[in-house]
Structure formats: C-alpha cells, structure tokens
Design a protein. Structure first.
Ligand SMILES: Cc1cc2nc3c(=O)[nH]c(=O)nc-3n(C[C@H](O)[C@H](O)[C@H](O)COP(=O)(O)OP(=O)(O)OC[C@H]3O[C@@H](n4cnc5c(N)ncnc54)[C@H](O)[C@@H]3O)c2cc1C
Length: 417
C-alpha cells in the first residue's frame, strides 16, 4: 500500500518531493517493497527539519505494531523502529524498567532518532544511540540482517542517516525504573554561565541552559536530578534562585511542559521537556544545533554572544546541553565530550539564509559539528573534516548499498555520495 500524498516535515520546513510513500502492514511486506524499488528512503515521525528523509520514494514503519520484546536478563528491549519513544517508555515503566535518557520530546520514532544521533543532556549521558545494542535492517537486496555490538562495524551502523537500509527493529539497553525531579533556576548571570560552565552542567543528571544571548543572564537553567543517583539538589545556582511549583512564571512557560518546580515523578514524565499528550515546542519554527568539544564550550558561547544582536531578533530560544563522548562514527559527540548549542528559530528561512553561515563561521574555530536532522549550511567537504569517520562510513555504505538505493540529495550534498 502507498500514498502519493507525501506531505511535509512535522514543522512544515520541508515539503517532501517523493512521488510515493509506502506504508507496509508487516515487516515481510516492507522487505518485499524495499527489494523491488531502485530508490527508497525511510521516514520516521518527520521531526527532522531538513530534507534528510526525502527521496524518489519513501517508506514508513510508523504504523506497525511496536512488538516489544523484553530481555530482563540481558537488560535490553527490542522494538519496531517506527515506535515512538513515549510508547516504549510507558511500556517499560509499567514493567519496572527505564531508559537511561530521552530527548526533549517523546513523540519521535526510535528509528528516526537513532539515525540522526538525537540526544538529551547530561555529562555522563551519551547520545540516545549509545544505548542501542542491536540493529535489524532491510538491506538493498531486500534481505533482513541483524547486527549487534560484536560486529566490527557496529559503531558505523547505529546513527547511519538512513543510508545503510531500512531499520526494522532496534534493541536498546534498559535499567530499573527511577524517579527524577526538575528544578528551574531563574536568571543565571552570564559570568557564571561562561566562568562556571562545568559546575553548572554538573548540577544534576541532565542540565539545560536556556538563553536568548542578548540579555545579561541566561533566563533559565533546567536541572533534572535522579533521585537514586544525585546526592543533593541545589537550592540556588550562583545566585540564580529556584522557581517553585505553582510559580505563575513557571506555569506561563506552557501547559505542554512536563512537571517542573522540584516535584519528583517517573523518569518518562521528567526527562523529556514536553508532555507526550501535548504538542511539543512551538511548531511554527526551525531548529539548528552545533556540537563543540566541551573544552571549548565557554569560548564558543562567548563567540556567539558577539552575534547576539543578529541572533536574538530571529530566535525563540537557545538551549545548551552536554553529552558524554562516544565511539559512534557519525555521532556529533564522536570522541569528544560535547557542549550542544541549539537554536529554536522563528520560522524565517530567509533570515537564516544569511544568519546560519555567519554562525557557522563564528563556530568554525571550534570545529562545530551540525546536528544531522536540523538546519545547517555546511556541505560534504567541510563535514569530512568535522566527522573524521565519514570516509569509513562511506566505504561501509558503498559496500552495503553499491547502487545508491538509499541515497538522496541530502546525502550527496552533506556527505558527498
Ligand atoms: C520539537 C522538536 C524537538 C526536538 N528535540 C530534539 C532533542 O531534544 N534532541 C535532538 O537531538 N533532536 C531533537 N529534535 C530533532 C529530532 O529528534 C530528530 O530530527 C529525529 O531524527 C527525529 O526522528 P524522526 O522519527 O522524526 O525522524 P525523521 O525526521 O522522520 O527521519 C530522520 C532520519 O532518520 C531516518 N530514518 C527514520 N526511520 C528510519 C528507519 N526505520 N530506518 C532507517 N532510517 C530511518 C530517515 O531516513 C532520516 O534520514 C527535535 C525535533 C523537534 C521537531
């Protein structure tokens, strides 16, 4: 079954040019479709902001049953790739299990998030793909293949931009369920953001700094503390006071937020910023994000402050997060503990045409790696210098997909094949 009504990304930032979107009713039907097509791209829940998922034809596994399989002994769960994080999270929590971390929204598919290196925050937390223990995919011949961490090229297969095949199932590490509280600190002076960055980012299990760059303070710092891990929760951060539950300013942030103000709750209702039953973020927006080596985080932010008057008029908010280093070839945090500098922009693509090159120039001395699923201007020549394992990934891709069945304009532009 297919539709010719292919539509747009979630935010409407890209209208897909594909002629057909296939919606198989089973994995065997998916394999048959993939085997029969010359060109096909997977699409998940469409929460990327660029043309990464587009192609001549697309296939979606989002409507398939999650078919969750729990292995308590191995501490893993296996699930259909089109399943949304929120669905898996609630299934796990009901059985006493948890994921280590989540992104800002639980609405995204696990397959799509894994493909682009989606991440949350936390000095000790890798991007979400670091929890992936196994990948099942349909290859260019329409065969179903399984890979796990014992495969020598597994690190190249996990975030793979949809370029190696259509991922059907993912096996993910789990741990016993736990509780988290979110505390919000108001108006952290910029001197502390820059001068005490490491202490601020270490204030909890997962920390996010929110700023619009042109004010003397970062307006909010969101500290997520794990009740079973974090010894104590700060009551203030370098003079920035905590906002309490019931504070009208907290409520004014939006009813789509998960509970803040220090009220403990299950991990799946605190680690994402947005409630699973509400529309996340703003919707009419564009997002960009750049990862810099943690050592250069403060200097990179200081450099961006120099562009504050150009950035602020087009910005809804920036969020600064941290991630642990990993060994995944296409990870934005490959071999670098990282500071992720994110921008949620007003929906003004024309303004970004001028502004993003300026931002990327300012961040160039810090070898800033763009988030694959967001809006950026860097192209293949530069990306090869930023992602040192890109040549290895291309060699793997050429072996697994010699005819370019899973290639598209985005991949040709951004990785050069
Ligand atoms: C409101 C909002 C908040 C966000 N917050 C965060 C955040 O906190 N952290 C973060 O890192 N990102 C964030 N993002 C970006 C988002 O997480 C990523 O773009 C992610 O890829 C979206 O998953 P998706 O299922 O929508 O993927 P899609 O956008 O549908 O697809 C993305 C890529 O995944 C590939 N893909 C999808 N399914 C498969 C499959 N089955 N097999 C092979 N390849 C596949 C596609 O081919 C494409 O290359 C946010 C986006 C939005 C809209």
């Amino acid at each position: 079954m297919y539709t010719t009504d292919v539509g747009t990304t979630w935010a409407g930032t890209h209208t897909f040019g594909a002629r057909r979107l296939y919606l198989p009713g089973s994995l065997s039907e998916a394999a048959e479709i993939v085997g029969s097509l010359d060109r096909v791209r997977a699409v998940g829940t469409r929460h990327s902001f660029n043309d990464i998922a587009d192609g001549e034809t697309m296939i979606s596994l989002v409507q398939l049953e999650p078919d969750v399989q729990l292995d308590e002994q191995a501490r893993t769960v296996s699930v259909c790739s089109g399943t949304r994080y929120g669905v898996l999270a609630s299934w796990l929590h009901d059985r006493g299990w948890a994921l280590r971390n989540m992104g800002s929204l639980p609405h995204i598919s696990i397959g799509g998030a894994t493909a682009t290196g989606t991440h949350g925050s936390g000095d000790t937390n890798g991007i979400l793909s670091t929890a992936v223990a196994g990948v099942q995919l349909i290859n260019a011949e329409g065969e179903v293949l399984d890979f796990d961490r014992s495969h020598p090229e597994f690190a190249g297969i996990v975030p793979s931009l949809g370029a190696l095949g259509i991922i059907t199932r993912l096996t993910v590490d789990i741990e016993p369920t736990y509780e988290v509280r979110q505390d919000v600190f108001r108006d952290l002076p910029w001197e502390a953001v820059i001068g005490e960055l490491d202490t601020v980012m270490a204030a909890g299990y997962s920390v996010s700094i929110f700023t619009v760059w042109d004010e003397p303070t970062a307006s909010r710092v969101l500290v997520k503390s794990r009740l079973d891990v974090d010894a104590e929760v700060p009551t203030e951060l370098f003079g920035a006071p905590a906002m309490h539950h019931g504070d009208p300013e907290l409520a004014a942030l939006g009813a789509n937020r998960t509970v803040q103000g220090g009220i403990p709750g299950p991990w799946l209702e605190r680690l994402p910023h947005f409630r699973v039953d509400a529309n996340p973020s703003n919707g009419d927006e564009i997002q960009s994000e750049y990862f810099v080596d943690r050592r250069h985080g403060a200097a990179a932010m200081d450099a961006l402050r120099g562009l504050a008057s150009e950035i602020a008029p087009h910005l809804i908010a920036s969020e600064i997060r941290s991630t642990a280093a990993d060994n995944l070839w296409l990870s934005m945090a490959y071999e670098r503990p990282s500071l992720a500098i994110h921008f949620t922009w007003l929906n003004r693509p024309d303004a970004l045409t001028n502004l993003l090159p300026r931002i990327e120039k300012v961040l160039a001395p810090f070898d800033a790696r763009p988030h694959w699923g967001k809006t950026f201007v860097a192209q293949a020549d530069l990306m090869k210098t930023l992602y040192p394992r890109l040549p290895d990934f291309q060699a793997l891709r050429n072996r697994m997909d010699p005819t370019g069945k899973f290639s598209n304009d985005y991949l040709r532009r951004v990785i050069g094949s």
